[in-house]
Unconditional design. Structure first.
Length: 200
C-alpha cells in the first residue's frame, strides 16, 4: 500500500509513522509527502527520510501531486488546508483530530486552540479521534478514539502533551487497519476489531 502524507508544519505525526514503518510495526510505504506551506520542518524530515516531497495548497494541485505519487491511501498529519478527497481517495483518506469528535471540531479548531477550549469548558476527559475525511472539517466517519483525563491542574500545554501521546499510539494502529483492510461496518458504524487497549 502506497501512502501519501499531507502536512502543514513540523511533521511530527509524519515522523512517528515513518519511524513505525522503519521499525517494521506499520505496513505500507510512504510514496510522497505534500506540504501546504514551503519552508516547514516537515519537508526537511521528508528529505532526511528520502521521501519524495512537494508543496501544494489548492485542491487540484494536491490531487495532482497525490496522483503523481500514485498514492493508494492518504494520511493527514497536521494538514491545515481544506481538501475534500475526490473519488479516487474517498474512504481512503485518514485524519486524526485532538479531541473526542464531534466535540471541539470544525473550522478553526486545531492544535492548541482545541486544548484551550477543552480546558476552558471544564471537561473531565478529552482525547483524539481518527476518522475518514469526507465533506466539511472533522465530519467524516469515526474509526477509533482514545480518551485521556483532563486534570484540574492542567494548562492547555499539559493536556496537549497527553493527547499527543495518545495520538502517537493510536494513529499507526488505524493506518495499519486501513492498509490491511481490517475496518468493518457494524451496526451502521465503522469499527476496527481488536484494537489494543490504550494504557496511559
Amino acid at each position: 500500500m502506497r501512502i501519501g502524507i499531507l502536512l502543514s508544519g513540523g511533521g511530527t505525526t509524519y515522523a512517528n509513522l515513518a519511524a513505525e514503518m522503519a521499525a517494521g510495526r506499520l505496513p505500507g510505504e510512504i510514496c510522497g509527502v505534500i506540504s501546504s506551506r514551503a519552508g516547514v520542518a516537515g519537508l526537511d524530515k521528508a528529505a532526511a527520510n528520502g521521501h519524495r516531497h512537494t508543496v501544494a495548497k489548492q485542491p487540484e494541485a494536491v490531487s495532482a501531486a497525490l496522483a503523481e505519487f500514485d498514492a493508494d491511501l492518504v494520511v493527514m498529519c497536521g494538514w491545515m488546508v481544506f481538501w475534500d478527497p475526490p473519488a479516487r481517495w474517498q474512504g481512503r483518506t485518514l485524519n486524526i483530530h485532538p479531541s473526542l469528535l464531534p466535540s471541539f471540531g470544525g473550522t478553526g479548531m486545531y492544535g492548541r486552540r482545541v486544548h484551550d477550549a477543552v480546558v476552558a469548558a471544564g471537561c473531565k476527559v478529552s482525547g483524539c479521534t481518527a476518522h475518514l475525511v469526507a465533506g466539511a472539517y472533522d465530519t467524516g466517519p469515526i474509526l477509533a478514539q482514545r480518551v485521556v483525563p483532563v486534570l484540574g491542574t492542567d494548562q492547555p500545554a499539559d493536556l496537549e502533551a497527553r493527547v499527543q501521546a495518545a495520538e502517537r499510539q493510536l494513529y499507526p494502529l488505524v493506518v495499519a487497519a486501513l492498509v490491511e483492510a481490517r475496518v468493518v461496518e457494524q451496526d451502521g458504524r465503522l469499527h476496527i476489531p481488536n484494537l489494543p487497549v490504550w494504557e496511559q
